[in-house]
Design a protein around this ligand. Structure first.
Ligand SMILES: C[S@@+](CC[C@H](N)C(=O)[O-])C[C@H]1O[C@@H](n2cnc3c(N)ncnc32)[C@H](O)[C@@H]1O
Length: 269
């Protein structure tokens, strides 16, 4: 169990995510989309679409004959996404583990950008995606690499192993949730996909301050970064993480080096 909660999101976190993801997840998402090369007229599913920035971009690529459906289990994020809806772009609240409302063989392309590490049952989700893809349809995903833990992940993990914080189950504890390139390839083959490419790409993140780094993680994790702790411990934990991060601040900011797995697979014809 990854202990991911889908009930810790707030309007502030959703709005903050919309603002900060422009320079981060949206930019890297565009690289994933370039690899997948959506063609005019294609039917696309964005799984874990968040506030819909990337889906909105893909809708311009598939044009009026194509469609993009963005789904996400967080109603507050989908509410922001729905403001971007138009004739060929729609959004719904739905979970990657249950795509039963969608038809089999419906999509030419399904992608997950910065979502895969949050999925508790990755095989189940991949099987659901396999079902809704047309034969020959592509699956693309970009996710953090298990083998390259970031600065913040390490600091948080250390804190969560100390009393009193260790009494509360943490989301994505240790390396749980993240996969390695090899594990992803195995998951693809076990769920019927044919792997096309799996790349591990360096991902350098620079945050201007400890506060900004924590806010980024809280918004990107829809409250899970510190959300496992009771209210009275959250401020203490935040203070401790801030202290550790500030020690690492350089004139350019707080630098964290991780890596991202970018993968493309297809449903065989
Ligand atoms: C870091 S955000 C990425 C959002 C968007 N894909 C983007 O590129 O900005 C992670 C997203 O994964 C979604 N997510 C978490 N668990 C999920 C699940 N079980 N099914 C689908 N999406 C999920 C969250 O709701 C959140 O919007």
């Amino acid at each position: 169990m990854l202990n991911v909660s889908l009930t810790l999101d707030t309007e502030d976190l959703a709005q903050h995510y919309e603002a900060i993801s422009v320079e981060r997840q949206f930019k890297s998402g565009k690289n994933l989309i370039a690899l997948l090369a959506p063609a005019s007229g294609e039917q696309v599913l964005d799984v874990g679409a968040g506030t819909g920035l990337l889906a909105e971009y893909v809708a311009t690529l598939v044009g009026p004959q194509g469609t993009v459906l963005g789904i996400d289990p967080l109603p507050l994020r989908i509410a922001l996404a729905k403001r971007k809806a138009r004739a060929n772009l729609s959004f719904d609240v739905a979970d990657a583990h249950d795509l039963s409302t969608l038809n089999a063989d419906q999509f030419d392309l399904v992608y997950l950008n910065a979502v895969f590490h949050w999925l508790d049952d990755k095989k189940l989700a991949l099987r659901q995606i396999f079902r809704v893809l047309k034969p020959g349809g592509r699956l693309g995903l970009a996710t953090g690499s298990k083998d390259h833990a970031g600065l913040l992940r390490g600091i948080r993990a250390k804190l969560h192993n100390e009393p009193p914080f260790d009494h509360y189950p943490q989301a994505l504890k240790g390396r749980a949730g993240w996969v390695s390139a090899e594990e992803l390839e195995t998951l693809f083959s076990e769920t019927g996909f044919e792997t096309k490419t799996i790349d591990v790409q360096p991902n350098v993140q620079i945050q201007p301050s400890a506060e900004a780094a924590i806010e980024f993680s809280q918004a990107s994790s829809f409250g899970n970064f510190l959300g496992n702790l009771p209210e009275e411990f959250r401020a203490v934990a935040r203070g401790r993480i801030k202290e550790e991060l500030e020690k690492l601040r350089t004139p350019v900011g707080i630098r964290s080096e991780t890596a991202r797995i970018v993968a493309v697979a297809v449903k065989p014809v």
